[in-house]
Design a protein around this ligand. Structure first.
Ligand SMILES: [Zn+2]
Length: 117
């Protein structure tokens, strides 16, 4: 009974990642959250380039297969706790502040019921 309860709460605590291409959920190891060419932005501080955009993609939906990206398999970032841990890890990257991670956090915060700040 206890184990069943724990499984149910784990399920309730899962984040939903939606594929940018087909708009269906990405689960397990079917896809990733990635950003293309993030490191190039460390060489362009101060110019007006837009931040590198994080994408959510099924492996099969990725229109840029073969291009280098920094990626996180969805099964490694499928709970709020994992999202926090990854955010702390990514904040150490010199290119991180030049990405749209704030949008990723905002989307999940809203889905989890956080009020807009
Ligand atoms: Zn897809």
């Amino acid at each position: 009974m206890q184990a069943r309860f724990l499984r149910q709460s784990e399920e309730a605590g899962k984040l939903t990642w939606t594929c940018d291409v087909c708009r269906l959920p990405v689960e397990g190891d079917d896809g990733c959250v990635d950003v293309l060419d993030a490191d190039t932005y460390t060489h362009n501080e101060g110019n007006a380039r837009r931040p590198a955009r994080w994408r959510v993609l099924h492996d099969a939906c990725d229109p840029t297969t073969g291009k280098f990206s920094y990626w996180i398999s969805v099964d490694r970032i499928d709970t709020p706790a994992k999202l926090l841990a990854w955010t702390a890890h990514l904040m150490k990257k010199p290119w991180f502040s030049h990405t749209t991670w704030d949008s990723i956090l905002g989307t999940h915060a809203e889905a989890l019921g956080a009020p807009h700040v």
